[in-house]
Structure formats: C-alpha cells, structure tokens
Design a protein around this ligand. Structure first.
Ligand code: AMP
Length: 127
C-alpha cells in the first residue's frame, strides 16, 4: 500500500513525511554512516544489537520490501549490497538483515528499510 493510501486509511495527513524522509532531508539529525544517490544508512536510535544500522532508499514510494522487490529489484539488490559493505566496515562482516513488514511484525515506519544487525549475535535467535 502506498504511503498516501495508508495515511488516508489511517486518517492521517495525506502527505505527512515519514521520519526517514525528514532524516534524508536533514530536517532532523541522525548518525549517518553511508549515503549515495539511491540510499542512506544511519545508526538506529534504539539499537537492538552491538551494531544496528538502517539502510533506507531515498525514494519514499515503497512502504515495504515486497513492494520494493516487485517494482525495483535493482534497488533492493543495492540495499543488500550496502548492508554487506556496512557489516564489513562496522563489524566482522557477518550480519542479519531484517525487513519488518506490517504493524503486526513490528514495522513502525512505512518507508521500506533494512535493519543491519551485527557485532556478535547469538545463535538460534531472531529477536
Ligand atoms: P521498524 O520498526 O522496522 O519500522 O523500524 C523503524 C526503526 O527506526 C526502529 O528500529 C527505530 O528505533 C528506528 N528509528 C526511529 N526513529 C529514528 C531516528 N530518529 N533515528 C534513527 N532511528 C530511528
């Protein structure tokens, strides 16, 4: 569901920017660790692993990973590649890549983003 449609259904502002759009526009600060013409990456404000980064496409048109995958597989592949590079730079190269999809899966920002979790994660856990 596109953001405008979701906002309309939720009775919100029709075009209210997400927090990630405001970070991309430098309206609010973030600890930015990577940026190129298609994506930005910054530290999660509430880290759930020793290294917890978010890789976010600059376009706001895809609310979740399935919408992105069906419309722009190359951009999704780029996000995965940036995640791999960041895990090598900020940890030992091993990482967990999480895309929460839907409120019941814990998604709170409906602008697709990859969580890059790294830095010594326990085996047999996903949380
Ligand atoms: P999700 O719950 O999958 O939609 O992920 C949204 C993530 O954004 C959460 O892990 C939040 O901690 C993170 N977050 C929210 N606001 C900020 C912010 N201003 N700077 C960095 N990360 C944020």
């Amino acid at each position: 569901m596109r953001r405008r449609e979701r906002n309309r259904r939720l009775g919100g502002m029709p075009d209210a920017p997400t927090i990630f759009e405001r970070i991309i526009a430098r309206e609010i600060p973030a600890d930015i660790v990577y940026e190129d013409e298609r994506v930005i990456a910054f530290r999660d404000i509430a880290p759930q692993a020793p290294v917890h980064l978010l890789v976010v496409p600059k376009t706001a048109q895809y609310p979740d990973v399935a919408a992105l995958a069906s419309a722009d597989a190359a951009l999704l592949a780029h996000i995965v590649d940036v995640a791999r590079q960041l895990a090598a730079e900020h940890a030992d190269g091993d990482y967990r890549l999480v895309f929460n999809s839907g409120a019941n899966a814990g998604q709170t920002v409906f602008h697709v983003h990859a969580h890059v979790l790294a830095g010594g994660l326990a085996e047999g856990t996903l949380g």
